[in-house]
Design a protein around this ligand. Structure first.
Ligand code: DAH
Length: 340
């Protein structure tokens, strides 16, 4: 039995010197010290020995067990440390390595255009106000002097939500909201989405953007309108830009005009962009109709004002040479990335 014990010890030593992993070490532990392990078997068989033999064999078995346990313990520590070191090596992070590139988006061309327009107006002391996209028929039409028979009110032109609410067809309704809320002096612009029952084509979209402007104060005249908008055009399209005002009609302004700018492509000689005329129509404007001022309870003897409205898509298309309005809404990155 003692010879057996020696053999177990020598075998265990030999095997433990070879193993490299936790699992292999555990295997040896089970084989020797486990419930059915070699040493356990021997200890179990000791009952059959004479008391004399039992004593010496027992002592020796305990010594062998202690030695093997010690060897196992240090082997476990060794393989665990080796495993950890291997893992560290595998998971090592080189913090000096350049990171994966982050894809930073670009601003949408309509956003770029709107921000350019805001900047010009803000530099002239305008502030920005906003109104809801679902508007009352009252604010979108009646209060803007477009009575019940105005053609724009037709079901075929406008998206109605109910009999009294609709998707606003213009940002001009924010004029009404501002006049009701604010006392003069008023000097605001209002950007936002508008909706009309149009079939999409290269120049029409049922959803589009406008920027409205409104100035109300004592002594505001057509000269203020022209001076402001001429300065706006020069800042947006370049200092050499000239402007002209053509008489027009809008229900909420009197007199009304449309402003053309000299073609920024050809300088006015006539080209494809200006369709040979040398001029490009940019916005509608006029002196605020007294009926509109009255809606806001404003004293029309004391105050006058001017207003303007422009289509953002139109300005962006002209500025960047975009030939189809639908490109703005398709979210094709090949299109949008060009505005980096
Ligand atoms: N709301 C007009 C439209 O959608 C644009 C417009 C014209 C706005 C003249 C104005 C203005 O404020 O004075 O066609």
């Amino acid at each position: 039995m003692q010879a057996q014990l020696n053999k177990i010890l020598e075998e265990a030593k030999a095997k433990l010197s070879e193993v490299e992993t936790l699992a292999q070490t555990e295997e040896i532990r089970v084989k020797v010290l486990g419930k059915k392990g070699q040493l356990t078997e021997i200890l179990r068989g000791m009952g059959k020995l004479s008391p004399e033999e039992r004593k010496t064999t027992g002592q020796m078995a305990n010594k062998v067990r202690a030695e093997i346990e010690g060897l196992l313990e240090s082997k476990f520590a060794e393989v665990k440390a080796a495993a950890k070191a291997a893992q560290f090596k595998l998971e090592k992070i080189d913090v000096t390595e350049p990171g994966a590139p982050v894809n930073i988006g670009v601003k949408h061309p309509l956003t770029i255009t709107m921000e350019e327009i805001y900047n010009v107006f803000m530099s002239m002391g305008f502030s920005i106000v906003e109104g809801p996209e679902v508007e009352t028929v009252e604010n979108n039409f009646d209060a803007l002097n477009a009575g019940p028979n105005h053609p724009a009110r037709a079901m075929t032109d406008t998206f109605y939500i109910t009999d009294d609410t609709l998707l606003r067809t213009q940002t001009s309704c924010v004029q009404v909201r501002t006049l009701k809320k604010q006392a003069p002096p008023i000097k605001v612009i209002s950007p936002g989405r508008c909706f009309r029952c149009d079939t999409p084509d290269a120049t029409h979209s049922p959803m589009f953007h406008q920027i409205e402007g409104l100035v109300v104060d004592e002594g505001i005249t057509m000269a203020d309108l022209k001076g402001t908008l001429d300065s706006f055009a020069k800042q947006l399209f370049g200092p050499e830009t000239r402007t002209k005002f053509r008489p027009h009609h809008f229900p909420f302004t009197e007199p009304s005009a449309e402003m053309d700018v000299s073609c920024f492509k050809c300088g006015g000689k006539g080209c494809r962009v200006c369709k040979g005329s040398g001029w490009i129509e940019i916005l509608g404007c006029g002196m605020v109709h007294p009926n509109v001022l009255k809606v806001g309870g404003i004293d029309t003897e004391k105050y006058t004002g001017f207003a303007l409205g422009m289509g953002v898509e139109r300005v962006a298309m002209l500025k960047y040479g975009v030939e189809d309005i639908r490109l703005f809404y398709e979210n094709d990155m090949r299109f949008i990335n060009q505005f980096k």
